[in-house]
Design a protein around this ligand. Structure first.
Ligand code: GDP
Ligand code: IMO
Ligand code: MG
Length: 436
């Protein structure tokens, strides 16, 4: 089997969806293996734009098997809203979608916990997507209150939901009671109707049955049958729960380290890892961001790059390319080559800057700090490069790029120590330059 993985190298939204869609027709299987409906992956072709959250970005090729594997946390309502929306636009979702019976389920209480905990942690909010991701992973690791997809088909499902919902209700009521003194939580309600939740999830179970399978076993068989598998990372390496900018991270291993755990595929079958990054940097939510441009340049990039969250519509924070962070992410994720995306957005600047090291309390850092407090103090040292003019969005060949754009790409490649294999100059499938 040849496994290829697409991994974000920044703080998410690097255009992973576009790259997965581009490579799907060279594969037999596409696998989402971590995260949940916090992800928003965009695919554009034939004049149509699709936004995917839980469904793998390979779904547009009906002959390819799309899999939502074990490491994903599934909100069934989001899942079916997405399926309905895609189906209404003529996209086939039938046997070509498979969902792991081991994946964990998000329930309404997870979203309530997400909303309460993120605003009451005694420090800057993480600014989560409020999709219940962290609390669901918390329950998965804690085990006692977890409910998995396969549990929906067991006779004790009703009792299980009743039991967990009752405990969650007490816990959340207590949390609100304690916190109400400190923070105002007007829109939060613990008024769960347990019977309604059981009825809703019983309905979801019926509808989901056609897709549910033991995906780990399916993927191990795919390995034996020498199938080509494409792994679709969600979020980005710097949002990794263990190796990212903790606590301003997501709750899964969103760097290359998460591929095997989330899918069940042994590491030796991953033959190639393509890291995806923007030609600049963005971040949504809280946390340090050394190269952030909280000024007119940042506003220009946001406007031109349409940098607003796919899931939450929040304006994304924008900044210069950070080669220290990208080099760390590329090494951490074991990247073989890189897709450099949204290059077109940078046209029209007289100069461009790339961060090549940080100053932290008078000390030069060439590596990405392990402590968020250090990253917060980091003052970027920049290399200044000449910008370029003109519209890149119709360029098909590397040699036709402006020479300063080629120099910018070359410097990024040198600084992060990886070959650039794909250059993207627009959202559409066709607006892609392959550098062989
Ligand atoms: P993902 O989460 O990594 O899949 O990325 P998102 O879909 O959240 O964000 C990437 C955004 O950039 C989407 O709106 C894409 O349609 C868009 N996009 C992708 N590649 C390019 C590009 O080369 N140029 C421009 N201007 N937009 C792009
Ligand atoms: P894709 O796959 C960008 C961010 C949130 C928040 C932090 C934790 O589209 O690249 P969570 O809801 O996961 O607990 O939020 O992580 N975040 C993302 N940022 N792209 C994403 O996904 C993200 N998924 C989560 O904004 O800062
Ligand atoms: Mg996104």
């Amino acid at each position: 089997m040849s496994g290829t993985a697409i991994i974000g190298l920044q703080w998410g939204d690097e255009a992973k969806g576009k790259v997965v869609d581009l490579l799907t027709d060279q594969n037999d299987v596409v696998v989402r293996y971590q995260g949940g409906a916090n992800a928003g992956h965009t695919v554009v072709f034939g004049g149509e734009k699709y936004k995917l959250s839980l469904i793998p970005s390979g779904i547009f090729r009906p002959d390819v098997q799309s899999i939502i594997a074990t490491g994903v946390v599934i909100d069934p309502k989001s899942l079916f809203d997405e399926i309905d929306s895609l189906t209404s636009r003529g996209i086939l979702i039938a046997k070509n979608l498979m969902i792991s019976d081991r994946a964990h389920l998000i329930f309404p209480w997870h979203k309530v916990e997400d909303a309460i905990l993120d605003r009451s942690n005694g420090r800057e909010a993480i600014g989560t997507t409020m999709r219940g991701i962290g609390p669901c992973y918390q329950d998965k690791v804690g085990r006692s209150l977890a409910i998995r997809v396969g549990d929906m088909y067991k006779s004790e499902f009703r009792n299980r939901v009743q039991h967990v919902a009752t405990i969650k209700k007490q816990y959340i009521d207590r949390l609100i009671c304690d916190l109400d003194k400190e923070i105002h939580l007007p829109e939060i309600s613990t008024d769960f109707n347990i019977e309604q939740i059981i009825a809703d999830y019983t309905g979801y179970a019926d509808r989901m049955r056609q897709y549910v399978n033991d995906t780990t076993n399916y993927l191990l068989d795919a390995v034996d049958a020498d199938k080509r598998v494409l792994f679709e990372g969600a979020q980005g390496s710097l949002l990794d729960i263990d190796h990212g900018t903790f606590p301003f991270v997501t709750s899964s291993n969103s760097s290359g380290t998460g591929i095997c755990a989330g899918s069940g595929i042994p590491p030796q079958f991953i033959k190639k890892i393509i890291g995806v990054m923007k030609a600049y940097t963005t971040r949504v939510g809280g946390g340090p961001f050394p190269t952030e441009l909280d000024n007119e340049i940042g506003d220009t990039i946001r406007k031109k790059g349409n940098e607003y969250g796919t899931v939450t519509k929040r304006p994304r924070r924008c900044g210069w390319f950070d080669a220290v962070a990208a080099r760390y992410a590329a090494r951490l994720s074991g990247v073989d080559s890189v897709g450099l995306m949204l290059l077109d957005v940078l046209s029209g600047h007289e100069i461009l800057r790339i961060c090549t090291s940080y100053n932290v309390n008078g000390r030069e850092f060439n590596h990405f700090p392990s402590q968020t407090e250090d990253l917060r103090l980091a003052m970027p040292n920049y290399e200044t490069l000449p910008g370029w003019e003109g519209d890149l969005t119709n360029i098909k060949n590397y040699n036709d790029l402006p020479s300063n754009a080629k120099y910018y790409i070359q410097r990024i490649s040198e600084l992060i120590g990886k070959k650039i294999e794909i250059i993207s100059v627009g959202a559409d499938r066709e607006q892609t330059i392959f550098c062989r």
